[in-house]
Ligand binder design. Structure first.
Ligand code: SR1
Length: 354
């Protein structure tokens, strides 16, 4: 005797097979292999199968990272005949929790929770699991092994950026650190920073600054200016989020310290590449994934789960260290050129669609 959930999964599996079949035919008609639908958004997925309904419940939506992530998720959804119902808490955790409650009540085929504080999203995630709505959590601890958790390997992000900082400073010097607690990716990067300071006693954190809001970069710029003026011996800023790094870069430039203070960041976008490569820029290294690729991974995982397919419970998208020198030498001016030069930024094998 089938349970209702088995029947739903069976129907969804048929839907996914229809989507995959259409993608495969599209690939054949162009004389290319039928694999890797992630990289090949199809103009028309299945003309007959009902779309897979995915609710995307976000904590934040402003800033380069979150905009690129959404663009990738939307392109992947289109390619897989899925619809994305997007909501954002705009930094308000209560609003995100309410959006998530409403998403669970609407019973979509899958839910993606994008960022969020564990204590505000976990109660509604529990309800989604109880209601058998498959759930993908990006950059937030879902608090249950029933959900698929995606990260960007934040320890590696911090290790790569700090490796560059150590190579440039020789492992000694005063550093300003930018951090806000509570955001899972920043907390993990902070674990690596804490270990790094223990392992490198010559590195002295002289100030900690940080704010996350709708104008993070300019708020961090003001804080960074004050920290740099109060600590004239600073050699480096560790700013592991691109809005932090952009703010720090603005402060260093405005204070005329560009030859003296270097910035080690995280994330990348076309705008970030512009800041990093401009003449005299203090932002010399960033460790990053391609945010659009991460959005695609999240949607693939959601479609797989909605279709009753298997995916690992934790998925990590590995970052790449991108340096100012490397960008300038390769003449990279935007994210499209970057992804061509670093093909590892695309990860079709993470949550691969069959
Ligand atoms: C406020 S959290 C910002 C981070 O989320 C994503 O993990 C990005 O990498 C960004 O640095």
């Amino acid at each position: 005797m089938y349970e209702m959930w088995d029947i739903v999964r069976c129907v969804n599996r048929v839907r996914l097979m229809a989507v995959v079949a259409v993608l495969a035919l599209g690939g054949c008609s162009q004389g290319t292999p039928a694999a890797v639908p992630s990289a090949q958004p199809s103009a028309s997925a299945s003309p007959t199968a009902a779309p897979v309904r995915i609710a995307l419940v976000r904590q934040l939506s402003s800033g380069d990272y979150f905009e690129q992530w959404l663009a990738g998720a939307q392109a992947q959804a289109k390619a897989l005949n899925a619809t994305l119902e997007v909501s954002s808490g705009d930094g308000n955790n209560d609003k995100q929790a309410l959006n998530l409650e409403q998403a669970v009540t609407a019973k979509p085929d899958a839910i993606i929770v994008d960022h969020g504080f564990a204590q505000t999203v976990q109660p509604a995630i529990k309800k989604a699991v109880a209601a058998k709505v498959p759930l993908v959590a990006f950059d937030v601890d879902p608090g249950t092994p029933e959900a698929v958790a995606i990260t960007q390997d934040d320890h590696q992000i911090a290790e790569q950026a700090l490796g560059a900082l150590k190579a440039d400073t020789g492992g000694t010097g005063e550093v300003v650190y930018v951090y806000v607690a509570g955001f899972a990716p920043l907390d993990r990067r902070n674990e690596t920073w804490t270990r790094f300071k223990q392992d490198n006693p010559g590195i002295k954190q002289v100030a900690q600054i940080g704010v996350v809001n709708s104008s993070t970069a300019s708020a961090v710029a003001d804080q960074a200016k004050a920290a740099l003026q109060a600590n004239p011996g600073v050699k480096a800023v560790f700013a592991p989020y691109d809005e932090f790094a952009k703010g720090a870069a603005l402060a260093v430039k405005e204070l005329g310290l560009a030859g003296k203070v270097k910035i080690y960041g995280a994330d990348v976008s076309t705008a970030d590449i512009g800041v990093i490569t401009e003449p005299g820029s203090p932002w010399v290294a960033t460790s990053a994934t391609d945010p659009a690729n991460v959005g695609r991974v999240a949607v693939r995982a959601a479609v797989l789960l909605a279709s009753g397919q298997h995916t690992e419970r934790t998925l990590a998208v590995p970052p790449t260290l991108i340096t100012q020198k490397g960008l300038r030498e390769a003449g990279i001016a935007n994210i499209e050129q970057l992804t061509r030069v670093f093909p590892g930024l695309a990860t079709p094998d993470v949550a691969r669609v069959p």
